[in-house]
Every structure is written in structure tokens, then in C-alpha cells.
Ligand binder design. Structure first.
Ligand SMILES: [Mn+2]
Length: 327
């Protein structure tokens, strides 16, 4: 057994111990925890570019042990304030069958939602957000109680590519989730925002599907012109009293901050980590039921694991945004 003093030292060494997310207790039953952490090792929803996004959860388990810290901006220690478990990974044995994997995710997250447990996930490609939100808004969900969710979507891309019938065979894909969730009635686009959108797209009308669905879109260009303060207000004033879900595609960050992502957009500067953190923290006090961090590509990361560490740091922000609101 380690003494408390031993643990104080050992816990700063990320390579020491069993690598669960943020050193949380591993417990597959969500019943007794306030916040569940979940790995979604999935990459067949974005088969075009880089196929190692299923390695994201393992990479973040590797580094996050060293990031079990207190939150100075909120003045809380979430690990003592709330019961937070690592609920493990969504089982995805049909890994190359995107549609079946999404069904598995819906089932997994619907069980968590029926226990009224809030949840922060690490992907996985962005198609996982479709399975997660569909699961969290199922009829028996104690988190949403038959309401749609308000979505706050950080991304360089809209993921509403309705001009594509499928994405290399995947229907509920990383290119489609932000669209079908609105059409299925899981997301209320009229109270949701997509922010950070940038890059040189393939068609001039690439934002049209998002506007047609009802989203507020804040492109990176608009963010630079309007400034952080105005954009914070735009996001907040768009929300109503529905539960909020936050999805964070790491490619909204500048490639110098998060180089190991699936779909790099180097032509326009992305968010700095401070800008992203400030935007996230503007949601403090809101009813956030869950969030995810997606598109981490560990096999392209720097030897110091900087993108995995950034992914863990964003997860930590999401965990603390939820924790500060819970007793
Ligand atoms: Mn993206």
C-alpha cells in the first residue's frame, strides 16, 4: 500500500499506476457516479483521411494521469467535489461497420442517461457525437427528459455535408452527424452554435446547409472581426433553458497547438488554447449534461504527446464546467 505521502509524489508521475482517465476509479456501472468519463475508440465514421482516431482514448488515458489537478479559475477540486468514474470504453466489436458502431454508442449512452449521470467522452472521430447525443436524448433519459439539446459545437468544419450521400460508405458519419441530429429531433439548431469554422472549402456555399438547418454559425473570420467578448455573448444569447451539450473537435485549435488531428486546416489561424478555454468557461453555470473531445490522431502526435495532453486539458475544462454546477 502507498501512504498518502507516497501518493502525493506518485500521482504527479503520469507513467505510474494503472492508466484510467485522470486516475479515476474504473467502474462500468454509471449508477453511483455524478460524472462518467468514457472512451469511444471509433474511426470508421471518418475513413477518408486518417484512420487512427480509435487510438485517442488510450492515448489520453496515458497522459491524463498527470493532469488530475484542481481548477484555479473555478476554485474547485472536481475529484473531491464529485464522484467521477472512468466508465471504460464503448464496446465496438464491429469496428469497421460505422452504422453498427453508432447503434452501440446510442445503447451505451442511453444507459448512462437513464441513470442521470453526466458524461464527458474522448473519441474517436466526430461521428461519435451523433451516437452520444442520440443516446443522451432517448425517451428514458433523466438528463434531457424528452427535450432536445442545445449544442455548442467547436470545429473548423460544419459536419453538415448534406451534398454527400455517404462518407466512404458511412451514413451516420463524421460529415453528417450535425445535420441528422437536427432532422431526427435530437438537437435544437435554433438555439445552437457552430464556432471556429475555417479553411478553404470545396464549394462556395458550404455554410448553407448549416444555416438552412437553423444553426448560428460563427466562422473564424467572424471571430477575429467580432472579438472574443462579442462571440461569447452570441453563444450565450442563442441558448434557451434546454440541456446543453458541448462537442470539441480539436481541429478548431490552431495546428501549432494541436498538430495531431485528423483534418488539419492550416490556411487560417485557429483558436489559441486561451481563446478556446475562455469560450468554454463562458458556459459556466449553465445546465451542461455532457461533452466530448474528438479527432485526436495519436500516431501523428509529437513525441511529447502535446495533442493528447491538449485533449486531456479540454476534457478537464468540460469536467469542471459540469462539476461546478453539481452539489
Ligand atoms: Mn473538424
Amino acid at each position: 500500500m502507498n501512504t498518502d505521502k507516497d501518493s502525493l509524489m506518485l500521482n504527479t508521475m503520469y507513467w505510474w499506476g494503472i492508466p484510467t482517465l485522470f486516475r479515476c476509479k474504473y467502474e462500468s456501472n454509471p449508477k453511483n457516479c455524478d460524472i462518467g468519463l468514457v472512451g469511444v475508440p471509433h474511426s470508421s465514421g471518418n475513413g477518408t483521411t486518417e484512420r487512427d482516431q480509435h487510438l485517442g482514448p488510450r492515448a489520453v488515458r496515458h497522459v491524463s494521469a498527470g493532469l488530475r489537478r484542481v481548477h484555479l479559475d473555478f476554485n474547485i477540486n472536481p475529484w473531491e467535489k464529485n464522484i467521477i468514474y472512468d466508465l471504460g470504453d464503448v464496446p465496438l466489436p464491429e469496428a469497421n461497420n460505422n452504422e453498427r458502431c453508432i447503434e452501440r454508442m446510442v445503447e451505451f449512452f442511453s444507459k448512462i442517461a437513464s441513470n442521470n449521470t453526466r458524461v464527458v467522452s474522448i473519441g474517436g472521430d466526430h461521428s461519435i457525437t451523433g451516437g452520444i447525443i442520440e443516446g443522451l436524448t432517448k425517451k428514458k433519459s433523466a438528463l434531457t427528459k424528452n427535450q432536445k439539446v442545445n449544442l455548442v459545437h467547436f470545429d473548423a468544419h460544419t459536419d453538415t455535408y448534406e451534398n454527400l450521400d455517404h462518407f466512404m460508405g458511412a451514413k451516420k458519419s463524421a460529415a453528417h452527424w450535425a445535420s441528422y441530429l437536427v432532422k431526427q429531433g435530437n438537437v435544437d439548431a435554433n438555439h445552437s452554435t457552430q464556432i471556429g469554422i475555417r479553411g478553404n472549402p470545396r464549394t462556395l456555399d458550404w455554410l448553407k446547409p448549416s444555416y438552412d438547418l437553423g444553426y448560428q454559425v460563427i466562422t473564424m473570420d467572424e471571430f477575429r472581426k467580432d472579438g472574443l467578448k462579442n462571440c461569447k455573448e452570441k453563444i450565450l444569447s442563442r441558448l434557451d433553458d434546454k440541456p446543453i451539450y458541448i462537442t470539441f473537435d480539436l481541429d478548431c485549435l490552431d495546428p501549432t497547438v494541436a498538430p495531431a488531428v485528423a483534418n488539419l486546416e492550416p490556411a487560417f489561424k485557429g483558436f489559441s488554447i486561451d481563446e478556446a478555454r475562455t469560450l468554454l468557461q463562458s458556459l459556466r453555470g449553465r445546465n451542461i449534461i455532457g461533452g466530448d473531445v474528438v479527432c485526436l490522431l495519436p500516431t501523428k502526435d509529437n513525441p511529447n504527446n502535446i495533442t493528447s495532453m491538449t485533449a486531456a486539458a479540454i476534457m478537464f475544462e468540460l469536467i469542471c464546467l459540469i462539476s461546478i454546477n453539481l452539489n
